[in-house]
Ligand binder design. Structure first.
Ligand code: ZN
Length: 103
């Protein structure tokens, strides 16, 4: 059984047929690897795009952004959404105005 299979293989694979076959296998293997890398990269890119577009609306941002507290209603909010007056932060223009009136 073993010898029969080996002899058949030996018959088919002369040096002329073996080399292109090995070369083709190598190329196909390379393409398979590149295909998987591209697929993973695309999936990763889509995932990043998806999480980034969601993070703008959700309260839990993946990046550690400094949180500040509104001096009027004491609500916590990301610094980029807050309004600054002197060294105090406010959640909205209305609270900034109100705090200014209280003083
Ligand atoms: Zn406020």
């Amino acid at each position: 059984m073993h010898s029969a299979a080996f002899s058949r293989w030996d018959h088919v694979s002369s040096l002329d047929t073996l080399l292109p076959f090995a070369f083709k296998e190598k190329i196909m293997g390379l393409f398979r690897v590149l295909f998987w890398i591209a697929l993973i990269a695309a999936a990763f890119w889509l995932w990043r795009r998806f999480t980034r577009s969601r993070s703008t609306t959700s309260t839990s941002r993946p990046q550690a952004e400094p949180m500040v507290r509104c001096a009027h209603c004491h609500v916590h909010l990301p610094q980029h959404l807050a309004l600054q007056q002197d060294d105090q932060w406010f959640c909205s223009q209305a609270h900034l105005e109100q705090a200014r009136h209280d003083q």
